[in-house]
Design a protein around this ligand. Structure first.
Ligand SMILES: Cc1cc2nc3c(=O)[nH]c(=O)nc-3n(C[C@H](O)[C@H](O)[C@H](O)COP(=O)(O)OP(=O)(O)OC[C@H]3O[C@@H](n4cnc5c(N)ncnc54)[C@H](O)[C@@H]3O)c2cc1C
Length: 408
């Protein structure tokens, strides 16, 4: 009988893990806390060749519609002038596009929505997962793919907590059909950057809201990294019109209109006018606080962590989704090769942890100048200085995993 994996979390890492495990003969079931389909979480993502290769190895049908290609990066100054234009081919996709490819590859019965893990117990012969509705499930392996606030990690290593990076990312998309014509001609075919002092704005084309990549139906993705004090400003941004603070994030519909208006006004003051004009059209405008996270290990006994549950690198390396894919491949490979689950998970930890640690360190270095804006100027060090645009244009979201660039 096939060995059984209980995969906690039905987003990118969980779906990659379940698909990869099924290919090496495991029976893998995904348990996702959210009851409704997740496909509405629209956000653009940069990709790497390794992500597309990993999807192909899973025999997921990937073709040109997986994303939108750009050939060039540009940097715009505050006046809107293009100051740099290096040729940098890249493919941009969206969370929703990758999610639906992976979800469609899994039998419907293997995806159980509305199942929130509360705790688990493991012994020599298996793992039992307990869910909030009272359900218990038994398996040979449990995979915690439950994201940055992972319940599985919290139960294994409560001391491993996300560390706030000192800044947030304002995000949103503009429909291609809503683009002013002049701006479309100049910006839409490019990955653009605008670099006010201590900040970073990135824009690039991605699949449309229904994952359509045909011209006219695509979207343009905007991400603006801005220093934001954790104790004063962040709670204010996370407070809704009724005065309730939602922690360190807030559902987009509850963002107060005056907060959105302030961000758009800052965009007019600090960014190239073309990009400020697009900020007016972004719908919905939302933000995510940026964190670093490092777990002491990727596995303990019969329980493995994968994706953001294990390690979170700041998004400047643009590798979160690819890392989840490579975690899943490694997990399946080790389980296929080893005689028992524990030694497979030991090998998985040895293979993935140095990689993820290198990734976190590299992303931290790329974002150090944004984080440093909250320090008094006298306390800033050499590594807190803003790198030149040429460097950021070359390095942001553009590293090669196959050349081992993440190890340092
Ligand atoms: C601003 C920003 C920009 C980014 N840009 C890029 C990019 O360009 N390229 C890229 O590759 N990555 C990017 N990322 C990172 C990428 O989005 C993440 O790495 C990736 O989505 C993580 O997937 P995951 O499945 O590990 O976690 P998540 O997507 O967080 O999924 C975790 C899932 O687990 C479920 N869950 C949680 N707790 C439980 C429980 N107790 N029981 C059951 N289910 C549970 C949740 O509901 C959720 O569905 C970016 C991130 C940010 C913040």
């Amino acid at each position: 009988m096939a060995r059984r994996a209980l995969v906690i979390g039905g987003s990118i890492a969980g779906l990659f893990a379940a698909n990869a495990l099924r290919r090496v003969g495991w029976d893998a079931t995904v348990f996702e806390r959210v009851g409704e389909p997740l496909s509405g979480r629209g956000a653009g993502i940069g990709t790497h060749g390794e992500l597309i290769a990993a999807l192909r190895r899973l025999e997921v049908p990937v073709d040109d519609t997986v994303g939108v290609r750009v050939a060039t990066r540009i940097c715009l100054d505050r006046s809107g002038r293009v100051t740099h234009r290096p040729p940098t081919p890249q493919l941009q996709s969206s969370w929703g596009r990758i999610y639906s490819l992976l979800k469609d590859a899994l039998p419907a019965a293997s995806y159980r929505p509305g199942m929130a893990l509360e705790r688990f117990e493991q012994d020599a012969s298996g793992v039992t997962a307990m869910f909030s509705d009272g359900t218990r499930e038994r398996g040979d392996l449990l995979v915690g793919a439950d994201g940055i606030r992972s319940t599985v990690r919290e139960l294994l290593w409560p001391e491993a907590q996300p560390r706030y990076a000192g800044y947030i990312a304002w995000r949103g998309m503009v429909d291609e059909s809503a683009f002013p014509r002049e701006i479309h001609r100049e910006l839409f075919p490019c990955y653009a950057m605008c670099l006010p002092e201590g900040e970073m704005m990135l824009t690039y084309p991605v699949p449309g809201r229904d994952n359509d990549t045909r011209p006219g139906r695509r979207c343009y993705n905007l991400i603006w990294y801005r220093p934001t004090d954790y104790h004063s400003t962040l709670p204010e941004l996370c407070t809704d019109a009724a005065g309730r603070c939602h922690g360190n994030s807030i559902p987009p519909p509850l963002l107060r209109p005056e907060v959105a208006a302030r961000v758009r006004s800052d965009a007019r003051a600090l960014l190239a006018p073309q990009i400020a004009a697009l900020m007016e059209l972004v719908e919905p405008l939302f933000f995510q606080a940026i964190f670093d996270l490092e777990s002491p290990r990727m596995a303990r006994g019969r329980v493995a962590l994968a994706g953001d549950a294990a390690f979170v690198a700041r998004p400047h390396v643009g590798v979160g989704v690819t890392k989840a894919a490579l975690d899943a491949e490694s997990l399946a490979r080790e389980l296929g090769a080893a005689a028992d689950v524990e030694s497979a998970l030991d090998a998985y930890d040895r293979s993935r942890r140095p990689f993820a640690k290198g990734l976190v360190a590299r992303a931290r270095r790329l974002g150090a100048y944004i984080e440093a804006r909250l320090k008094p100027p006298a306390e800033r060090t050499q590594s807190d200085r803003q790198p030149p645009p040429e460097f950021l244009l070359r390095e942001i979201g553009a590293i090669s995993l196959s050349r081992g660039e993440l190890m340092g």
